[in-house]
Design a protein around this ligand. Sequence first.
Ligand code: ADP
Ligand code: MG
Length: 899
Amino acid sequence: MDLDTSLEELSWIPRPRILALRRLALETVGDLLRHYPRRHEDRREFRGFPREETIGPVCLCGEVAKTRLMRFGGRKIFEAVLEESGANALSQPLTCRWFNLHYIQKMIATGQQLVVFGRVKRKGPRLLIDHPEFEVIEDDEEILIHFRRITPIYPATEGLSQRVLRALIFRLLEQAPVASADVPLPASLRDGEDENALRKIHFPQNNEQLRKVRDHLVLGEFFRMQMQIAAARAENSARVGCRHQSRGSLAEQFIAALPFAFTSAQQRVFNEIKLDLQLASPMNRLLQGDVGSGKTVVAIAAMLLAVESGAQAALMAPTQILAEQHYAVLRNWLDPLGIRVALRTGTRQEDNAPLPLFARGAETPGSTRVSHVGDGVTLSRTFSEDEETSGAQYSKGRLPHFEKPWAIYAVTIGTKKRRCLSPKARTIALDALRYFHSKRYELFAACVMPDHVHFLIQPWPKENDDAGDVVFWSLKELLHSIKSYSAHAINKTEREGGGVWEKERFDRYIRSQPDLIEKFDCILRSPWDSGVAKPGEDYPWVWAQKDEVRRESPFPRDAETSTRDARATRNEEDKHTPNIIVGTHALLYEGVNFTNLGLAVIDEQHKFGVAQRAKLTSREPVPDVLVMTATPIPRTLTMTIYGDLEISTIDEMPRGRGEIITHLLTGDQLGEAIALLREQLSDGRQAYIIYPLIDESEKLEAKAAAKEFEIWQERLRPFRCELLHGRVASPDKQSIMQRFRSGETKALISTTVIEVGVDIPNATIMLIENAERFGLSQLHQLRGRIGRGAHTSHCWLVSSDKSTETITKLSVLEKTTNGFEIAEADWELRGPGDLLGTAQSGLPELKLGDLRRDAGLMRKARQAALELLENDPGLDCPENQRFRDLIVERQGQTFSQVS
Ligand code: ADP
Ligand code: MG
């Protein structure tokens, strides 16, 4: 038995248990052993029953003296009265209550010994615990597993009681090779808890051991993570990029022409970037700085360095509005310098397509004959019918990231009733697949067989939602597109009616590079292997992207070839080639050939994923990458999410900014705020009024927005107001923003579409309705839209929610405008988890470690990993070879590397 042994193979676990475990995604010995306890109960000695309410939950043991079931109206209440075992006269019985849980009464009976866990409340003369967690003590041979020890309590499970799960794990621990589960740690991180760590975390001998072993396992998780990060970093710096050497005179001219001087922080950061650009290894740098700290100008100066060195630069923003704004700002400053700036977004294109930077290579002919096919190679696996059905083992339940951005899917669609497609129809089907290639997905390989098709696709982004996040085409939509696009035409050629395609099903998503290659080969060999085509015979319905795409070596070409190529391309391009291209994420997906991209700047990185960054840097030569974020994040998170980046921080605001005064208002104080607002508008200032989306549904949302708008228009009459939300068509959005920027419109009633980066210095008021619905970081972002000019600005957070939670949260903003402080507070209030969508980071999930609570351990682990790889990059020393697995495993886990 090893950790990968499937639980099914252990004959002693009954089938129903196996199924229940599977529902928890516990399939192997390792899965079950790493199903860590949520908490432990000290059941060695129970404390006496309390006489009063307790502040937190307590663990008590007693005997059930009586039970009763009561009904109140429709409600059923089951009560069990516990008496302390060996109780003295003073101790008071404790009543446990459960509401509407009829099955409890079947579990608890008079005379039983019960362990309960919950908070004790006083109600009149009685002491109660409502809905305690409980366990009946059964005095059998297993008693020593469950009692008289520090007992593990597992995350709640349906269909598996604590007792059953605990016994399973206990037994497994006695048999399994526990030691091999341990992550190898370098000496600096070891603390003598390596032995039997898994056993100790489940069944510790004492609290001290529990604490130590937890730290040990957390260190293991963190170290693994940091080794992967450090390896990514090392890998990156080993790659060949371009030196961007320039005198820097363009940047100097630009800086000199600015109506202000760089702050010293801006200057420092600019120098850091300049040094990076000059190095041959590709830059991978994060520029952090609070909203309004002036990151954009630094980025522009950096882009000018790249341009002067003869390369092109790209600036990517998460939303249309922001891209448009950047474009306007860049034109404004760079036109006088003779720099050509182009705009490219999903919906708007400032000059004529295709831009040379993204020009696609020659169209691949549809019937690319795949040269290696039929050369007698025997396949280990083919797409037999069995294979297709066994695809079901990747069931939805096992794929938390079932539809994940940047995943590649292997899809098979059968024809209805195994209808056989004529040659013409096959061509149509293949054309349909190719039609959406580079529009809605990237197609890697396709093969149309007589009665089914196989293909490999990676869905592309479709649009941005209101928050500016990227929304991808769903598989369902894609399959529908392909099917409906082809079905009609096929029926027409074949002069038939009825359905063409079967209901969709797809095999699975691709987990790793080898997996991709294997699937790729299977698809391309399918006709020959299945006997549809004879060896050596041509089969025109197989399609692949050009061979080198798939065969691309994971190693960079040597620098000389790259530069030579780049230079040649440059000569071909004429004077209309833009030097800088501004756009949304569309820049990442339009075509595949970046030929001359020297520097890519990604604004508001948190809206993009690591995978997208990887997409960008998978090109050759690797462009220098500068990502910017105005979302300050706590340091521990920086070490993980951005762990593979060098970090520059602008920690100083430009001088001469007006102050921002923030106030919390309740709904009934709105009147005063409106009066103040009108005053400001009369003084010539402008205002943002933000309301949260009320409803998900488009129709309702538009209606709510319209209603809101009417009310505000009335309140602010005669000042001109306009309405902006995610459903406003793009060209209109653009002109609405234009009118606001020019001051024609005085107040903008908006959803959070204006969240990031919008820069209008004359806007000094921000009123946020239902402020409690937003997270702190988002409110901080929103507030960053004001206070950009010299005037004093006002931010009003309107909320009728008077709960302490809300007030605590919102008052953080009253106290500080420092983004880092807000980020820390936000983290503390919200707990770990979704602050930035760690899921996006592509890093392994943490089972035990808590980024916040264990920040110190993370620092240690990072230090150790960086040192290790610095001293021994290839992990060649005998004592370091054991760490190699930690890095290799990454391949299977991050598919961002796949493309
Ligand atoms: P962010 O860091 O939020 O992206 P921006 O780059 O949009 O900030 O800058 C905000 C505003 O501050 C812009 O109008 C910009 O022109 C201005 N600005 C940038 N740097 C300075 C500076 N050193 N002194 C004064 N104003 C500056
Ligand atoms: Mg910005």
